[in-house]
Design a protein around this ligand. Structure first.
Ligand SMILES: Cc1ncc(COP(=O)(O)O)c(C=O)c1O
Length: 368
């Protein structure tokens, strides 16, 4: 093929590859456990009911068992008081839900606002549709959204505003008053993409949910994932919630049979597995407090988190910190690619994992 041929000039080299896997980590042979605290996965593993459902359905995978996703949608509806299946679109992961949204609503010449530091994957999805990324950074002290600057950045070409609440990688959240103000003042042809994949872990009383706005018929699309609280990152399942009008746009670009049988049954079972969800949320709350206390003792700066991870600012060079942690068998996520050059993100693990983490930080800090 002629290398000089250019088909879609706005498609750039892909920059997002996700965090490294356990298999990529090389540690000394005397380290027998690798603690993966780098990808915000569920410390307790997958929902046991989801595992059972996958096992029970293995003998059906030669069939197109489900013609559509109505059973999954109905089960999702059961978790929301105000929504029906017309408010829901399902997809293979939160990332694919986001991608369906960008494909449905973007085209060359349009603009999307995002707020660094935030989830890295947004940018390439926006650029792949030929639209422009406009970065309005989070407030630098508390990592909340700068809603006034976002409103100032809106132009006649703005189509989407991405709000990650709570935010990845900082774990911080923006309260209802600010989000209300933003949504009330956006032009009516601007859609808010409200990424709430970590909402299960929130305990702030003034945290707003996407459905608060959707039930008022606002142009808001909530984005959800089964990768976090339900422990199904490997299954790749997610969904979006919005007004029937916006959902129908997205449904129109979806191919049929998009969700595979095993993901479908795992998702339904995970939604019904209230016990696993409760244990997961309880563990995160307890361990978060324990970690805050240990960080305080170490004098290690961190930001209070509404998620299953904590953003810290090590007082040594980021690369040295993450490399040193790896030699102790602890995988953490450097956040330079997220737009936070001095920060690291640590997923909250089991107590054993968190103890190993603190022991490793103690050693690392003594090198500083
Ligand atoms: C803010 C945010 N949105 C969306 C996702 C996508 O999750 P997944 O594609 O695993 O469902 C993630 C994953 O880490 C995330 O942090």
């Amino acid at each position: 093929m002629n290398k000089d041929l250019v088909f879609k000039p706005y498609i750039k080299k892909k920059d997002y590859a996700g965090g490294i896997t356990r298999e990529e980590v090389k540690v000394d042979s005397d380290i027998d456990t690798i603690w993966k605290l780098s990808s915000n996965e569920n410390a307790l593993g997958p929902s046991p009911l989801a595992q059972r459902a996958i096992y029970d359905n293995l003998q059906h995978i030669h069939e197109y068992k489900f013609r559509d996703d109505h059973l999954l949608k109905n089960t999702i509806c059961g978790t929301y008081p105000h929504l029906t299946s017309e408010n829901i679109v399902t997809a293979n992961s939160g990332i694919e839900t986001l991608e369906l949204i960008t494909r449905a609503f973007l085209s060359p010449g349009l603009e999307c606002i995002i707020s660094h530091p935030t989830f890295v994957a947004y940018e390439s999805m926006i650029e792949n549709e030929g639209s422009k990324v406009v970065n309005v950074p989070l407030n630098s002290d508390d990592y909340t959204l700068n809603v006034y600057e976002i409103l100032k950045a809106v132009t006649k070409n703005t189509r989407l505003v991405f709000i990650t609440n709570p935010n990845n990688p900082t774990g911080t959240y923006t309260g209802k008053k600010q989000i209300d103000f933003l949504i009330d003042n956006l032009p009516e042809d601007v859609i808010v993409v409200y990424d709430e994949v970590y909402f299960h872990f929130v305990d702030a009383p003034d945290y707003p949910r996407a459905f608060d706005y959707i039930k008022e018929n606002k142009n808001v699309i909530g984005v959800h994932s089964f990768s976090k609280a339900y422990g199904l990152a490997g299954i790749r399942l997610g969904y979006g919630i919005s007004t029937p009008q916006l959902i129908s746009y997205i449904e129109n670009i979806k191919r049929p049979f998009i969700i595979n049988t095993l993901s479908m049954v795992a998702g339904i079972a995970a939604l019904e597995d209230k016990e696993h969800l409760r244990k997961t949320v309880d563990l995160i709350r307890t361990e978060k407090k324990w970690l805050y206390n240990e960080f305080d003792k170490l004098g290690l700066p961190y930001w209070p988190s509404q998620t299953n991870f904590i953003f810290i600012a090590p007082n040594i060079k980021l690369n040295d910190f993450t490399a040193q942690m790896l030699t102790e068998g602890i995988m953490v996520r450097p956040c330079d690619k997220f737009g936070a050059p001095n920060g690291a993100r640590i997923t909250i693990g089991t107590h054993e994992a968190n103890r190993a983490l603190i022991a490793a930080i103690h050693k690392t800090y003594s090198y500083a």
